[in-house]
Design a protein around this ligand. Structure first.
Ligand code: FAD
Length: 364
C-alpha cells in the first residue's frame, strides 16, 4: 500500500511497532550465517500473473518448490500427502486398492481436501482419509488451534489437500519462488521510494474524532490512515477480543549437516510443538552446521507484549465479532484497513499483496 500510494504522489509514513521492516516475512542471518525467517517459514507461491510480475519489480526471485513432511509413527513422509503415504502406511494390496479407488472417485483431480475424502462414499477412500485425519490433521489442528476441529472454518482443513499422485510439492501454484536476497531485502526495495518514510519501533498514537468521522494520527488529521493491525486493538476491545493463535519459536543450532530430511516437518505426535523448520534447506544454503526452530502454538493474549497475533481463529463467533469491528471502522472516512490482521483473514503473502494492489487502485 505504501509503495502504491507513494507512486501516486502521496507522502507516506510507514510505522511499525516492531524494530524492523517486513512484518512476518522478516528474515535475517543468525550468528552462524544462516538466513532464518524469524516469524516462521515463508515460501512464496502464487497463481496470479499480476502478483508475480509485481514482486519481480523488487528483486530477483529463484524458483523454489517447497516440500514439507509429516512424521507419523516415526516415519517422515512428504506433505502434501501423496501416494508415498499410501505406500508407506498400508500393505501393498491395500495400498493398491486405496490408490485405485482414489483415482476412480476423483477423476481429473490432482488434489482433494481431506474433508471431502472423509465424506466420500467409498470405504477404502474413507479408511485412508480417516488414517490421515487421525494421525495428522486432527492432532495437528488440536495443537495449532486449541479449538475442536468441527468448530473451525472448513478452509483451514482445505489449505493442505491430499494429493492423488506421487507429486512432491506442498503447493501447486504456477509460480513458486524465494527472493534471492531474502524477504527483508525484497521489502526494503519496495519501501525504497523518495515519498516513503519509515518509522520503526514506534506505535503511532491514533485518536478518534467521532463527530468529524476522522481518525487523528499523533493528534493531527491525516489525509488517510491505512491500518494493518488488528481491529480489536484499534478499537480498544469494545466488542471483545478477536481470537488469534500465537507461536513461540525455540531456536537451536547443531554442528551437523542435517537435522531432518525436509525443510519443514510436522510432528503431529509431539505433545506441545507442531513443526520444526530447518533453515539451511529453505532455500538451500551451503553452510556448515544447521539452525532449526521448533514451533509451539499458544493462545494470543493481547496484554502480553512479547506475543504476536499470528493466525486468526476463524469461527462463526469470531467472524461475527469481526463484522462488528468493521462496522465501527466504516464510520471513519479517512480509515482504510488492509492486511492479514485488519482483514482478519488467513492470507498468504500473494493474497496480502493482491488485496493491497486492488485496494490501492480503488481507494486512491
Ligand atoms: C508462521 C507463519 C508462516 C507463514 N508462511 C507463509 C508461507 O509459507 N507463504 C505465504 O505466502 N504466506 C505465509 N504466511 C503469511 C504471511 O506472513 C502473511 O501473508 C503476510 O505477513 C501478510 O502481511 P501483512 O502486511 O498483512 O501482515 P504482517 O506481516 O503481520 O505485518 C503487520 C505489521 O503490522 C505491525 N503492527 C500491527 N499493529 C500495529 C500498530 N498498532 N502499530 C504499529 N505497527 C503495528 C506488526 O508489528 C507487523 O509487523 C505465514 C504466516 C505465518 C504467521
Amino acid at each position: 500500500m505504501a509503495r502504491e500510494c507513494a507512486e501516486k504522489g502521496y507522502a507516506v509514513t510507514v510505522y511499525d511497532r516492531r524494530s524492523h521492516i517486513g512484518g512476518n516475512l522478516y528474515d535475517e542471518r543468525d550468528e552462524h550465517g544462516i538466513l532464518v525467517h524469524r516469524y516462521g517459514p515463508h515460501a512464496f507461491h502464487t497463481n496470479s500473473e499480476r502478483v508475480w510480475s509485481y514482486v519481480r519489480r523488487f528483486g530477483e526471485w529463484v524458483p523454489y518448490t517447497l516440500v514439507c513432511g509429516a512424521s507419523i509413527d516415526g516415519i517422515c513422509v512428504p506433505t502434501a500427502f501423496n501416494f508415498v503415504a499410501v505406500d508407506t502406511f498400508f500393505q501393498p494390496a491395500e495400498a493398491q486398492e486405496i490408490k485405485q479407488h482414489l483415482s476412480a472417485c476423483f477423476p481429473q483431480c490432482s488434489t482433494v481436501p481431506i474433508l471431502e475424502l472423509l465424506d466420500c462414499e467409498d470405504a477404502a477412500v474413507r479408511r485412508y482419509a480417516r488414517f490421515l485425519y487421525e494421525k495428522d490433521y486432527a492432532p495437528y489442528a488440536a495443537k495449532q488451534w486449541a479449538t475442536p476441529p468441527e468448530r473451525l472454518d472448513r478452509s483451514i482443513f482445505s489449505r493442505v489437500p491430499v494429493r492423488l499422485d506421487y507429486r512432491n510439492a506442498y503447493f501447486d501454484d504456477r509460480y513458486q519462488a524465494m527472493p534471492k536476497d531474502g524477504y527483508t531485502a525484497f521489502i526494503a526495495k519496495i519501501l525504497d521510494h523518495p515519498n516513503i518514510r519509515v518509522c520503526l519501533g514506534e506505535q503511532p498514537v491514533l485518536a478518534f474524532d467521532y463527530s468529524e468521522k476522522k481518525i487523528l494520527l499523533q493528534g493531527e488529521e491525516a489525509e488517510r490512515i491505512i491500518y494493518t493491525g488488528a481491529l480489536d486493538d484499534l478499537f480498544n476491545y469494545q466488542h471483545g477480543v478477536l481470537p488469534y493463535r500465537s507461536l513461540r519459536f525455540e531456536w537451536q543450532y547443531e554442528e551437523k549437516d542435517s537435522f531432518q530430511p525436509l525443510p519443514v516437518v510436522a510432528y503431529p505426535e509431539a505433545k506441545s510443538y507442531t513443526r520444526i523448520t530447518e533453515y539451511k534447506k529453505l532455500p538451500p544454503q551451503q553452510v556448515s552446521g544447521t539452525t532449526y526452530a521448533i514451533e509451539y502454538p499458544l493462545p494470543f493474549l493481547p496484554d502480553h507484549s512479547e506475543q504476536e497475533p499470528y493466525y486468526p481463529v476463524l469461527t462463526p463467533e469470531s467472524q461475527a465479532a469481526y463484522r462488528q469491528y468493521t462496522k465501527l471502522a466504516s464510520h471513519y472516512t479517512n480509515l482504510t484497513c488492509c492486511g492479514r490482521l485488519a482483514d482478519f483473514k488467513y492470507y498468504n503473502m500473494d493474497q496480502a499483496i493482491e488485496a493491497a494492489i486492488n485496494l490501492a487502485s480503488v481507494a486512491f
